[in-house]
Design a protein around this ligand. Structure first.
Ligand SMILES: O=c1ccn([C@@H]2O[C@H](COP(=O)(O)O)[C@@H](O)[C@H]2O)c(=O)[nH]1
Length: 236
């Protein structure tokens, strides 16, 4: 059962500008969801929007998936920490030195440091896509490998598909956080997502947080869509 102050739903604010994002946010309750700001919205509206969301009482996952040399990436996660975000992420394929540099750079923030998460294999990717970039592993095996690297570097968890959650909880332990996009209620369009799961199945599989965008933001009534998902998952 969820605690009232640890909402499991993270609404992906994939909007082209601040106005439609805030129009939705102003209908939402920070006790029921967190918010994710990704590349499109952040590139348009920047830190000021993140501060506006935090000022409305929401915890923000800054989903910029940093992937660069250790010096650059660790400076970027420190900038995210200065913004006061709840969670920030990097690509695990940036490797051990990069992830370790990021974790170390956040240490001076103490209890105010954001959760540091690494993206494993994007939920839009299949085994064929991995083969296309020279990785012969199945998505599950590649996720598992990158999750082990991530945990060994001392990060808090990974972004993965809920399909990989049972294996990861077994291999990495209960405390290692699993953030899962690719969430699709039964009636929702799959879109470009490949490794998907319903909200209830994802929580039952071991997901700690569900990242949900279009099934809410593109719904005819986004608030009703969120409420329906919230009602579905609150008792899991
Ligand atoms: O592997 C990943 C990593 C990040 N995402 C992000 O999550 C949301 C999902 O949105 P939907 O509209 O529910 O598909 C989106 O912002 C992605 O950038 C992901 O999908 N997969």
């Amino acid at each position: 059962m969820q605690t009232p102050h640890d909402p499991k739903i993270i609404v992906a604010l994939d909007f082209p500008s601040q106005d439609p994002a805030l129009a939705l946010v102003d209908q939402l309750d920070p006790k029921k969801c967190r918010l994710k700001v990704g590349k499109e919205l952040f590139t348009r509206s920047g830190p000021q929007l993140v501060e506006a969301l935090q000022g409305r009482g929401f915890e923000v996952f800054l989903d910029l998936k940093f992937h660069d040399i250790p010096n650059t990436t660790s400076a970027a996660v420190a900038a995210a920490a200065d913004l006061g975000v709840w969670m920030v992420n990097v690509h695990a394929s940036g490797g051990e030195k990069m992830m370790t540099a990021c974790r170390e750079r956040l240490e001076p923030f103490g209890k105010d440091k954001p959760l540091l998460i690494a993206v494993t294999v994007l939920t839009s990717m299949t085994a064929e896509d991995l083969a296309g970039i020279g990785i012969p592993n199945s998505p599950e095996a590649q996720v598992s490998r990158l999750a082990t690297l991530t945990r060994n570097c001392g990060l808090d968890g990974v972004v993965c598909s809920a399909q990989e959650a049972p294996r990861l909880k077994k291999e990495q332990g209960a405390e290692f956080q699993l953030i899962t996009p690719g969430i699709r209620p039964l009636t929702a369009d799959k879109g470009d997502q490949q490794r998907i799961m319903t909200p209830t199945d994802a929580l039952n599989a071991g997901s700690d947080y569900l990242v949900i965008g279009r099934p809410i933001t593109q719904a005819p009534d986004p608030l009703a869509a969120l409420e329906a998902i919230h009602a579905e998952v609150i008792s899991v």
